[in-house]
Design a protein around this ligand. Sequence first.
Ligand code: SME
Length: 162
Amino acid sequence: MFDFAARPDADTATIWDDLVAAADGVTAGERDGIANMANVAALCWELLPDLNWAGFYRMIDDELVLGPFQGRAACIRIALGRGVCGTAAATKATQRIDDVHAFPGHIACDAASASELVVPLVVAGRVIGVLDLDSPMPGRFTPADAAGAERLCAMIAARLVG
Ligand code: SME
């Protein structure tokens, strides 16, 4: 059993330090990418406050396909360039969206989502998927969250393949 203590009142950088360390711990030495995505989604869900969805989309045949996640059942396939996730994958750039309703083409999987953070997972220059975090709070994700999520994705991306 893994037992990581959530510290929702800690500052954002500390929360991400905890999350990166926990993700490193659970994925190191495991070569199954789906298992690693499942555990990292669970850690995001447990350690990051105020989320209503946390998980992965995998790039399969130039399309994003739903991967392991926590939260409500979600859209299964997202075309490159569509929505926040497809934009992150197509541009290889983090998307930090304070108000999803103002994002052109936002795909509403859960009407409760108000803000979103999506980070592309890049391995050897290729986007292999995205990490998607949703919150019911407008403006939930700060630049410190984007930096933390990018740190997490840089550390785990290669462990999510295979
Ligand atoms: N809102 C996302 C779709 C995925 S769900 O939020 C889980 C988007 O616009 O790409």
